[in-house]
Design a protein around this ligand. Structure first.
Ligand SMILES: *[C@@H]1O[C@H](CO)[C@@H](O)[C@H](O)[C@H]1NC(C)=O
Ligand SMILES: *[C@@H]1O[C@H](CO)[C@@H](O)[C@H](O)[C@H]1NC(C)=O
Ligand SMILES: *[C@@H]1O[C@H](CO)[C@@H](O)[C@H](O)[C@H]1NC(C)=O
Ligand SMILES: *[C@@H]1O[C@H](CO)[C@@H](O)[C@H](O)[C@H]1NC(C)=O
Length: 402
């Protein structure tokens, strides 16, 4: 098309030149009309070039917002229990810095199946069903982990559709689909494609992806409240919470979701919100963090973080000889990915939790161990307090360096 246009322009210019030359600048009526026609033709071509560019750019935009931009490439030889998991080790041998620490991510890397798949799904299903053995029978876990507001329902429906098609397309050895159902070939369960009950949809999501997910939306009714122009936590499943009760953050603005993070208010809040506003559908960004916990629980609302401790509590180093690095002491990392849904424009965080016994981290070698020790040494006082590293730090360092 572009070549055609250039050829035509050349032809016209050539003709123009010939006419001028042949007539030796004595413009005949004949050549005048040719020049006039040529001009008209050039203008016509210029108009058609600009309008074809417009068409092209509209279709690029439409493609960006299209559901197709959520369809990954299939991995035909995928074996879910043999694949090597991502090493989620986002620590540096350096002084701690609070930054957004975000990176762009390819669509292909968004939702993962790794050998932990069944274990995590089973654990999570039990947590949201109030039947997990790690928690008291009378504790209402579901109420703290599964969230819906009426306004978020269209986004849950949209998210379910995107996620199930993503899994079906990326993992043909693990998912199948017909006119009415998605089939999970790992768990041998099936899920209605056109389900619309938001609670069922969120349960289905729990049974098909390892990731927790929270859905954030603007709330027109709250724009005049403090932080009311931010995105609000309106729905999702947050079963692997690390150190807080997700219910406390439900229906609250983004800033509140990060509330106890040291220095968030002064250093991160502004850029986070600006970033959320600018994020485009079909784009993915990721950030990861890490912590250490002294037990193997996935849902934790009462420990892990220093802000849950009484004000005058003094963190005392744990005794190395009392600790079990195969069973109790765990490395925990969260791999968060955010994207904006094309239709409803809600923002979705997917949160993948890695929980590894520290013996496994140690097996990854000296470089990893030294880097982790360096990162712990790099915590300033308030971060050490927040992560409770004054307790687990000394024994852990001894273990990693021995
Ligand atoms: C949950 O995960 C733990 C730790 O991997 C495992 O020991 C336990 O069997 C799992 N529980 C369920 C119900 O799947
Ligand atoms: C949920 O809990 C109920 C009652 O405690 C039980 O009958 C049911 O099998 C559980 N469902 C799942 C998926 O664990
Ligand atoms: C969940 O918790 C909220 C707030 O504490 C309460 O209003 C609601 O009744 C609870 N729902 C259930 C099903 O327990
Ligand atoms: C990671 O950061 C989130 C806040 O974005 C926090 O709620 C969570 O507890 C952190 N997780 C770990 C493992 O440090």
């Amino acid at each position: 098309m572009d070549l055609d246009v250039i050829n035509k322009l050349n032809e016209i210019l050539l003709h123009f030149k010939l006419v001028l030359n042949f007539n030796n600048f004595n413009l005949s009526i004949h050549s005048c009309s040719i020049i006039a026609l040529s001009f008209i033709f050039i203008i016509y071509i210029l108009i058609s070039i600009t309008s074809s560019k417009k068409v092209a750019s509209i279709s690029v935009n439409e493609e960006k917002f299209n559901k197709n931009s959520y369809i990954p490439k299939p991995i035909y030889d995928f074996q879910w229990d043999k694949v090597v998991p991502v090493k989620s080790y986002p620590f540096k041998n350096a002084p701690y810095k609070l930054t957004m620490g975000i990176k762009n991510l390819n669509l292909q890397e968004w939702l993962l199946i790794e050998p932990t798949y069944l274990n995590r799904i089973e654990n999570k299903t039990k947590i949201i069903n109030n039947s997990h053995a790690d928690y008291p029978k009378d504790k209402d876990m579901r109420n703290s982990t599964l969230f819906v507001t009426p306004e978020v329902i269209p986004s849950i429906i949209e998210f379910y559709d995107i996620v199930m098609n993503y899994m079906y397309n990326k993992y043909p050895t693990c998912f199948n689909k017909d006119e009415h159902y998605y089939y999970n070939l790992i768990t041998s369960k099936k899920y209605k494609i056109d389900e619309t009950d938001p609670n069922k949809l969120q349960e289905y999501l729990v049974e098909n992806i390892e990731e927790d997910f929270i859905i954030l939306m603007k709330d027109e009714t709250k724009v005049n409240e403090p932080n009311g122009q931010e995105y609000f936590f309106k729905g999702g499943v947050f079963a692997f919470a690390a150190g807080f009760n997700p219910r406390d953050r439900f229906n609250k603005p983004l800033s509140f979701i990060h509330h106890p993070v040291p220095n968030y208010e002064t250093k991160l809040k502004f850029s986070m919100n600006k970033f959320f506003d600018r994020l485009k559908p079909g784009e993915f960004v990721t950030r990861s963090n890490f912590s250490i916990q002294t037990h193997s629980k996935f849902y934790v609302d009462d420990a892990n973080k220093g802000h849950n401790l009484p004000k005058d509590f003094v963190q005392k180093p744990l005794d190395y000889d009392d600790l079990n690095f195969e069973k109790n002491q765990h490395y925990r990392s969260e791999r968060q990915v955010l994207t904006k849904l094309p239709k409803t424009k809600a923002i979705v965080f997917t949160i993948r939790t890695y929980l590894l016994p520290l013996s496994q981290v140690k097996n990854d070698g000296k470089e990893v161990c030294e880097r982790l020790v360096g990162a712990i040494d790099g915590f300033p006082e308030e971060v050490a307090q927040y992560k409770r590293s004054q307790e687990w730090g000394p024994a852990l360092k001894k273990y990693l360096l021995s």
